[in-house]
Design a protein around this ligand. Structure first.
Ligand code: GSH
Length: 198
């Protein structure tokens, strides 16, 4: 099994933190997807990380799908139950976190375009999505706590830490005191410290 990652990819971080939480290990290849590495593009047509080549030789993309696959196939505690209401709660949190991360990441990438190609309207649209998602997470504290730091909580923590890393001016804690307290209680977990991109 081979996992392609980039050092600062928040999507790859989710997968790495999940592997760490399970106490498992996977062969990792670190590269920069933005310089079009031939081996990555041969493995996965999107050319994005994370990407997993399984022992059977097929390739899986998308952080949430890779996390689900590794959770089910690696030894260690399950972070997303195989079925039932707890799975749907975990998936809901994971999807909320993915939406938050997509918006935050897209705004960052837009800011890296050449000056004349940047769209302030696009960045504003992503920031509006962030602003809509945070209060929803603030009201999801019961689910986050009940989950016991499963894939949902792990994904939310990685997305919030990405806000701190790349959107430090956002002050997301101001409107989300309960979420901020929850985050402060999980961010020092070894899995998150070991995968901190800074
Ligand atoms: N939806 C994907 C997003 C993955 C993604 O956008 N990865 C970025 C790095 S953080 C990438 O590889 N970008 C290269 C490109 O877009 O060409 C996931 O959840 O894994």
């Amino acid at each position: 099994m081979k996992l392609y990652i980039a050092k600062t990819s928040p999507y790859a971080r989710k997968v790495l933190a999940l592997i760490h939480e399970k106490g498992a290990s996977v062969d990792v290849v670190t590269l920069d997807p933005w310089i079009d590495p031939a081996d990555l593009q041969a493995a996965i047509p999107s050319g994005k990380v994370p990407a997993l080549v399984t022992d059977e030789g097929w390739c899986l993309g998308e952080s949430w799908a890779i996390a689900d696959y590794l959770d089910a196939t690696l030894p260690g505690r399950r972070l997303l139950p195989a079925d039932g209401p707890a799975r749907w709660r975990g998936l809901r949190l994971s999807a909320l976190a993915q939406g938050l991360l997509d918006a935050a990441f897209s705004a960052v990438i837009e800011g890296r375009r050449p000056a004349g190609e940047r769209s302030p309207a696009w960045v504003a649209r992503q920031k509006a999505a962030i602003a809509r998602t945070l209060p929803v997470l603030e009201t999801a504290l019961d689910d986050l706590t009940a989950e016991g730091f499963g894939l949902g909580g792990l994904s939310v923590a990685c997305a919030l830490d990405y806000l701190d890393f790349r959107h430090g001016d956002l002050d997301w804690r101001a409107g989300c005191p309960a979420l901020a307290t929850w985050f402060a209680g999980v961010i020092d977990r070894p899995s998150l410290r070991a995968t901190d991109p800074r």
